[in-house]
Design a protein. Structure first.
Length: 192
């Protein structure tokens, strides 16, 4: 997936670690350095570790979706997850199908955190995948699962594409679809 619209977020990792009380996996750090936060194939959003001001809207960060995943686990008991407090989930992404992509942070070593899908329209509400974020995304984009682990389908045969959140906002303000860059009569600032 070429980083055509990616950009180094220049994340203050010390501030992110203070905010969340944990370190972050090296593959996520590398993703932020190469791509930044943004959308993959119009189907998934990789969230920022800290909030950033936006042109039209603030890009998504981990806070809201982490809260949603932890609440779902608290309410539903986390079937499919090991016993532990809901705080062991830390969101790093979301899908167009309202799935929340998380890490299970029980291990003190972030590079050993498995990915958890908190599914919305999936057979199981919670599924644990024994690899990190980058491998999960590579498998997802490569159609490397027997059953899709998330609600939307990513593999349409087209090459994977990433659009950075700043580029999405630039496109929207220019009257273009934020993901495709094609003219969109619904994009752009409203009247007045």
């Amino acid at each position: 997936m070429p980083p055509l619209h990616g950009a180094d977020e220049e994340v203050d990792w010390a501030a992110a670690e203070r905010r969340w009380g944990v370190g972050f996996p090296s593959d996520y750090r590398a993703f932020m350095a190469r791509y930044g936060g943004g959308t993959i194939n119009g189907e998934a959003v990789v969230l920022l570790p800290l909030p950033q001001p936006g042109l039209q809207w603030a890009p998504a960060d981990l806070a809201e979706e982490t809260g949603n995943a932890r609440l779902a686990r608290e309410r539903e008991g986390g079937p499919g997850l090991p016993d532990g407090p809901g705080g062991d989930l830390l969101a790093w992404g979301v899908t167009a199908g309202s799935d929340i992509l998380c890490w299970l942070t029980a291990d003190p070593e972030p590079d050993r955190w498995p990915v958890v899908v908190c599914g919305r329209h999936t057979p199981e509400r919670f599924t644990v995948h024994p690899y990190g974020m980058a491998e999960f995304l590579a498998r997802l984009l490569g159609d490397d699962f027997d059953e899709p682990p998330v609600s939307p389908v990513f593999w349409d045969g087209a090459p994977a594409r990433f659009v950075h959140w700043r580029e999405e906002q630039r496109r929207y303000l220019a009257g273009l679809d934020p993901v495709t860059g094609e003219p969109d009569p619904y994009a752009g600032p409203g009247p007045g």
